[in-house]
Design a protein around this ligand. Structure first.
Ligand code: FNR
Length: 187
């Protein structure tokens, strides 16, 4: 079994042809040999958050979500903005993390792929809600990397070499932050 750190990739978009998904797909493609990535694909299957259901036995999709976060060394989020804030489906995902401990102190970063000057409401809400979850936001890994639809190829990957490089850099900084958190004596 591989001992490479695992970065869980969380998309906030359910849309086919999503640019946020393209960022995360590209992250999987450019991930260096020092890191593993895993895309979370259960967003649409999560039930609406209800505190009455946040008890054993948990709904199966919630068990899967919390296990995926628990197994990850760090989490990378890429989400669109809808009506000035996070998509409801993604806020729902974050609500489900609060009753568990998996995300507490977990290094988390995001990529804002919106056009320049857009997406700030989603980013602000993400910061706020992650604060409630107890996640450890890695500021140095959070990035604004605008992704226009023409940058995404037929294979769903971003073709622009500079953007691909930026996505790789986010993974590298997030991995490094995670390793420093795991071993504070590491230079
Ligand atoms: C949007 N979009 C959007 N963008 C933004 O910066 N601020 C906003 O308030 C909104 N609101 C909004 C509402 C609705 C209903 C839609 C459909 C879209 C634009 C949206 O964030 C953008 O198209 C993203 O690229 C969508 O992400 P995916 O699906 O491509 O990953």
């Amino acid at each position: 079994m591989s001992t490479l750190p695992l970065i869980l990739l969380l998309s906030g978009s359910l849309r086919a042809g999503s640019s946020n998904e393209a960022v995360l797909r590209t992250a999987q493609a450019v991930a260096a040999s020092q890191v593993r990535t895993a895309g979370y694909e259960g967003l649409a299957a999560l039930p609406h958050f209800n505190p009455d259901d946040d008890t054993d036995p948990l709904p199966a999709p919630v068990v899967e979500l919390r296990a995926a976060i628990g197994e990850a060394a760090a989490v990378l989020i890429c989400t669109p903005e809808y009506a000035g804030t996070l998509p409801g489906a993604f806020k729902n995902l974050l609500d489900w993390t609060i009753g568990g401990t998996e995300i507490c102190n977990k290094p988390v970063a995001w990529v804002n792929a919106a056009s320049p000057g857009r997406g700030q409401g989603a980013e602000a809400t993400l910061r706020l809600v992650l604060g409630y979850t107890g996640a450890a936001i890695v500021e140095s890994a959070c990035a604004r990397i605008p992704v226009a639809s023409h940058m995404v190829g037929a294979d769903g990957l971003i073709t622009d070499p500079h953007v691909r490089e930026q996505v790789g850099e986010v993974l590298a900084v997030l991995t490094d932050a995670r390793e420093q958190a795991a071993d504070p004596d590491r230079a």
